[in-house]
Design a protein around this ligand. Structure first.
Ligand code: DQA
Length: 141
């Protein structure tokens, strides 16, 4: 069974009420339940944290025990070299995802410091982006 970590970072636990015009009105739990329903043959580990060090630990754990990691680092995307380095040191397949099109938003969101450490990025597809990321991982395996 393919094992995929789906890691969501800072402030993504507030999906549903946080700027629904940008991020949609579905909660993270809704998104995770939809993924589990859509891909019953995948063993998922769904996690969310607002603590950078915890995210770094999970990225490393995914490297040891999963086939792939799909990560939305939230605002850490734009400045966390720690998460970049953790991803860079992780051998497993890695996909970075953003619900919104970060390239069409404020200047500070247009650059990702983690993109150089992942295999692929999904941007601006909303919730569908998570499904696209899982499909990509399964296709590559
Ligand atoms: C985000 C984009 C980031 O700029 C922002 O800080 C987030 C969410 C997205 O999914 O579109 O928290 O990663």
């Amino acid at each position: 069974m393919t094992k995929i970590y789906v890691l969501n970072g800072v402030n993504l636990g507030a999906l549903g009420t946080r700027r629904p015009e940008v991020y949609g009105s579905r909660t993270l739990k809704d998104i995770e339940a939809a993924l589990a329903g859509e891909f019953p043959d995948v063993e998922f580990a769904f996690r969310q944290t607002d603590y950078e060090g915890e995210m770094v630990e999970w990225v490393r754990e995914a490297g040891r025990s999963a086939d792939a990691v799909i990560i939305n680092p939230g605002a850490w995307t734009h400045y966390s070299y720690a998460i970049h380095d953790a991803l860079e040191a992780t051998e497993t397949m890695k996909v970075e995802i953003h619900l919104s099109n970060i390239h069409a938003r404020e200047e500070f969101r247009r650059h990702s410091v983690v993109s150089a450490a992942v295999d692929a990025t999904v941007v601006g597809m909303g919730e569908f982006g998570y499904k696209a990321a899982v499909s990509y991982v399964l296709d590559r395996m």
